[in-house]
Structures are given as C-alpha cells and as structure tokens.
Ligand binder design. Structure first.
Ligand SMILES: [Fe+2]
Ligand SMILES: [Fe+2]
Length: 265
C-alpha cells in the first residue's frame, strides 16, 4: 500500500466524493509501481527544515501565488480544446478555483507577514491571479474542429491533472502545520479556515479528474473496448512515473520545495 494513494482516497471519502472503484484500483496500482517522492518522509523533513526560515517561507507563498495563477490560465486554455463539453465545464471550474487559490496565497502572506512587504509589491501580487469567477471570465470562443484535441490527448492531460492534484493535496497537508505555527493567536482561526478550504478544493480537483477518467473507461466498456481500459491503466502508471521524475528534477532547486503546482510538459 502506498501512502500517497491511501491519503488521496481517504480525503476523497472524507468529503464524500464520488469516484469509481475502478479509478481507485488504478491509482493504487500506479502509486505502488511508481511510489511518489512527495509521499516520502525525507520530503516532509526537507520542507519543514526550509520553512523554518521566514524569508524562505514568505517566498514560497509568493511562488505558490504565482504558480496557482499561471496554472489557472493554462487549465482555462486547455478547456477550450476539449470536445466533451461536460469535461470542459469541469476543467473551467477548476481554473476558477486555482485563480482563487492565487489570491488566497497572497492573503496568507499578508496575514502572516503584515509588515515585511511594501505596498507597491502587494499590489503586484494581487495581479498574479487572472481573476476568473463563475460570473466573470474570458468569453468561451468555440474553437475550430481542427483545434479540438484528440480524446486520448485530452485524457492524457486529465490523468496528469489528477496525479498533480494529488500532489497538490499532499503539499497542502504539509503546509497546514507550518501556516499554523507562523500564525498569531488572532489570525490562527482565519489561517486554519483558509487551509481547510485549500485542502477541500484540491480534493475536489482529484474527484472531478478521477470522475472523467472513470467515465472514459465506462465509455470504452460500452463499445466493447477493453483496450481503452488497458490504455488508461498504462497511462496512469506511465504518468505517475513522469510526474515523479519531474518532481525530482524540481526538488533540486531549493526555491521549488513546497511549490503546490508543477507545470506539466
Ligand atoms: Fe490549487
Ligand atoms: Fe488544484
């Protein structure tokens, strides 16, 4: 049993998320075959060690505000190229959440380090989020038939999103006690509430992407296509491997330990 898949499944259950047994089986298998480094004790230790330095920690919050904002823009773009409109809607909703996360990281920075940052820089930080909301977002222009991605390309992206959102959840769980340690007694309840919301949102991102993976497999079954299921299984295993490799390259840079978003290649 791998700690990362078990934690993800535990959080999915905790928030009453609907994912198929098939998806859970594949996730367990992918994590057993390619154990994610972000579930290892050394990573948690390294993160806690770095985060004791207040300047490093403040920079890490800024990096996350930046990456969540960029992630929101990328995910929004991706949604425009998905043919399945139910999946596209789910991906757009994900982009709106990540746009909010960017703002939440800036709010955490402001709460935890209220005096250390200059006013001008605070304004710049606000602009890191693309400010997507359900009631206000870029117009959804239909793309031409040639620009719609092949279904397997879409599923490859969604599988990567799924595995990276699991990583984002693990990072939020590591971040939580550090945030609480930096908080003052006055802002501790607010900081804790924000951490709860971030953990909830990341779990919901695992849920929706896991749902899409499950639906795709069902669709294969309906056409008698056992091979689709085999393709998804192999892709989950392969992508867990590439996510791990990406992560290990990233971890060599001190500034990237604790980054909640890893950019897919
Ligand atoms: Fe996020
Ligand atoms: Fe997320």
């Amino acid at each position: 049993m791998n700690k990362v898949s078990e934690l993800a499944i535990d959080y999915l259950q905790r928030y009453n998320c609907q994912v198929s047994e098939d998806y859970k089986t594949l996730l367990r298998e992918a994590c057993n075959l390619n154990p994610p480094p972000h579930g290892k004790a050394w990573y948690g230790k390294l993160y806690r060690q770095y985060s004791r330095d207040a300047e490093w920690f403040a920079n890490s919050l800024i990096t996350n505000a930046t990456e969540e904002g960029n992630g929101a823009r990328e995910v929004w773009q991706f949604a425009n190229h998905i043919g399945n409109q139910q999946f596209a809607e789910l991906v757009r909703s994900h982009a709106i959440d990540e746009s909010r996360h960017s703002k939440m990281f800036v709010a955490l920075l402001n709460m935890i380090f209220p005096t250390k940052i200059e006013a001008d820089f605070r304004t710049e930080l606000q602009a890191l989020s693309p400010e997507y909301y359900h009631h206000k977002h870029p117009s959804i222009e239909p793309v031409s038939a040639e620009q719609v991605l092949d279904e397997k390309r879409v599923m490859d992206e969604i599988i990567q999103i799924n595995l990276l959102e699991i990583r984002a959840l693990i990072l939020q769980l590591l971040l939580r006690p550090v945030l609480q340690a930096y908080a003052t007694p006055e802002n501790l309840p607010r900081v804790t509430r924000m951490s709860d919301l971030l953990i909830y949102d990341e779990t919901k991102h695992i849920e929706y992407s896991g749902y899409c993976i499950g639906k795709y497999m069902e669709q294969g079954d309906a056409c008698g296509g056992r091979s689709l299921r085999t393709w998804v299984r192999e892709m989950m295993i392969y992508r867990q491997k590439t996510v791990n490799e990406m992560f290990l390259e990233d971890v060599e840079l001190e500034s990237s330990v604790g980054k909640t978003v890893l950019t897919t290649q």
